[in-house]
Design a protein around this ligand. Structure first.
Ligand code: 6PG
Length: 239
């Protein structure tokens, strides 16, 4: 099993979005109360879009103290921010442009060449943001691909050495070049929240993650603990 995990079943995409919005709001409010801000690294993909849109609507929009929320990216495609594949653009269109978050609180991955330069620059930016404290995102929201990838950590391509942010080439999920947070940052975060459409293609993977056996996929390497369980919101209507 991937450490201590909690699995919450939601009946449909809207139910998952509602559950996720409530949990994200509670995590953000607690982080703000505890240390004055919330640092949230979000993912791309299609599953989180209803959640992003729900957070921009009542009651969640008014419940969140947006000037105290800092949005980062768990991964990003190595494309300009106005490119259709950009995770920044996805978050901007579905959430960030719809809420009163200050521009300086949106920490986009810089589009620099080569991609290794973009990764190194983002790593420095993250280290500087948290300095002098160690990097510890209050929340990372993640998805899961049918091959068990998460963020842009893909099977057989997830050894990033001692990098906290890495450039990935030849991604099996297009586009091929990406920037991703690596396991140490995903492990250190206070809350890890997976949003997954538990369709047939992912059911076997979820069985492995929930099971007692060894973990073979990147998602299974995100280990929960009793104090910081990994939480999975599953839209099992698709199952
Ligand atoms: C990305 C995402 C990626 C995504 C999974 C699940 O940049 O592509 O970060 O890791 O979370 O591929 O995608 P879906 O939510 O579309 O199934």
């Amino acid at each position: 099993m991937a450490g201590v995990s909690e699995f919450i079943r939601c009946r449909g995409a809207e139910a998952l979005a509602e559950e996720a919005a409530g949990r994200i709001t509670a995590i953000a409010q607690a982080a703000i109360a505890e240390h004055g801000y919330c640092s949230w690294a979000l993912s791309g993909g299609g599953t989180p879009v209803p959640t992003y849109r729900r957070l921009a609507e009542s009651p969640w929009r008014e419940s969140l103290d947006w000037p105290r929320i800092h949005v980062f990216f768990a991964d990003e495609r190595w494309v300009p921010h106005d490119h259709a594949d950009s995770n920044y653009l996805l978050a901007w269109e579905n959430l960030l442009q719809r809420v009163p978050i200050p521009p300086e609180n949106i920490h986009a991955v810089p589009y620099l060449a080569p991609a290794e330069q973009a990764a190194a620059s983002y790593q420095q930016h993250i280290l500087a943001f948290f300095s002098p404290r160690p990097v510890c995102f209050d929340l990372i929201t993640l998805g899961m691909g049918p091959d068990g990838h998460t963020a842009s950590l893909f099977p057989g391509m997830d050894d990033c050495g001692d990098k906290l942010v890495a450039a990935i080439h030849d991604s099996p999920k297009p586009p091929p070049v990406r920037i991703t947070l690596t396991y140490p940052l995903l492990d250190q975060a206070q809350h890890r929240l997976f949003l997954v459409t538990a369709d047939a293609g992912k059911a076997a993977l979820l069985e492995e993650i929930a099971g007692p056996g060894p973990q073979s996929k990147p998602v299974g390497k995100i280990l929960g603990t009793a104090e910081r369980p990994v939480v999975w919101l599953l839209d099992d209507a698709a199952a």
